[in-house]
Design a binder for this molecule. Structure first.
Ligand code: ADP
Length: 247
């Protein structure tokens, strides 16, 4: 597929002989929201970690934006704009919401933390951090410590810190996990908004979220690709139904 931004060929990961991801060929089109779904143990998280280079494949290759990134480190691919959402554990609970985004901005620019001592730099980072908080609907929470945020808002903060890294392609790992119904609705709208002009790979358990957001879906089961297509196509595939019923 010529307009693919990310492609894998024969992507395989074995853990001591156990094949968690088996010969997976993915092709993710630029500018789309691509869902990666499948029952528990299907290999979604392993795949996600392979794509963001947190794991090295046993075999196979990964191309991103015209380059072979198979041997690269997470920080190198992040600099190319391929950015994973940080888990809540990466949010600093004792810093304010604003400070968390400021730290992420600073990290993106790769400098030292001298900005704490430079008023003009601090103002620049603050202005950008406030824009990002506005984008994710957290303006009213800027002064709270991150630890005080309700759970759903923490996930929004996680997305703001991801956006601070200027992603071309964002990889989101179960962004609605553990959320209330209202929070899910808000995060779906947020993902739709921040995906404009970007590519998103979404690993997600909630099939309502997947059907509402994803342009294209890859279904994994037992480490292999079981089906691909739009939601309506994969949802009526008997193999997919059987895989989910067996979950
Ligand atoms: P999913 O995210 O779809 O639930 P995972 O990628 O977490 O699936 O796991 C796929 C399979 O690989 C599971 O059977 C899991 O037990 C196994 N697995 C994942 N990580 C490891 C690891 N570090 N060592 C051994 N087995 C692993």
């Amino acid at each position: 597929m010529s307009d693919a931004i990310l492609q894998t060929v024969g992507l395989t990961k074995e853990f001591r002989g156990f094949v968690a991801v088996n010969d997976v060929n993915l092709s993710i089109r630029r500018g789309t929201i691509h869902g990666l779904i499948g029952p528990n143990g299907a290999g979604k998280t392993t795949c996600f970690n392979l794509l963001t280079k947190f794991l090295q494949p046993t075999r196979g290759s990964i191309r991103y934006d015209g380059r072979d990134i198979t041997g690269m480190k997470p920080a190198e691919v992040a600099r190319l704009g391929l950015v994973r959402s940080f888990q809540i554990s990466a949010v600093f609970p004792h810093l304010s919401v604003l400070e968390n985004v400021r730290v992420a901005l600073q990290r993106q620019r790769g400098g030292s933390f001298d900005f704490w001592r430079s008023d003009s730099l601090l103002r620049q980072y603050d202005a950008r951090a406030r824009e990002l908080l506005e984008d994710v609907g957290l303006t009213a929470y800027a002064g709270l410590t991150a630890g005080e945020l309700p759970y759903g808002r923490k996930r929004a903060l996680e997305i703001a810190t991801t956006l601070a890294l200027d992603p071309v392609m964002m990889l989101l790992d179960e962004p609605t996990a553990g959320m209330t119904h209202d929070d899910v609705g808000r995060i779906v709208q947020l993902i739709r908004r921040v995906s404009a002009g970007r590519t998103v790979l979404l690993v997600e358990h909630n099939l309502t979220v997947v059907s509402g957001l994803c342009d294209f879906i890859t279904v994994l089961a037992r480490g292999s690709v079981l089906a691909e297509g739009d939601y309506a196509t994969v949802a009526r595939n008997p193999d997919v139904i059987a895989a989910y019923l067996g979950d």
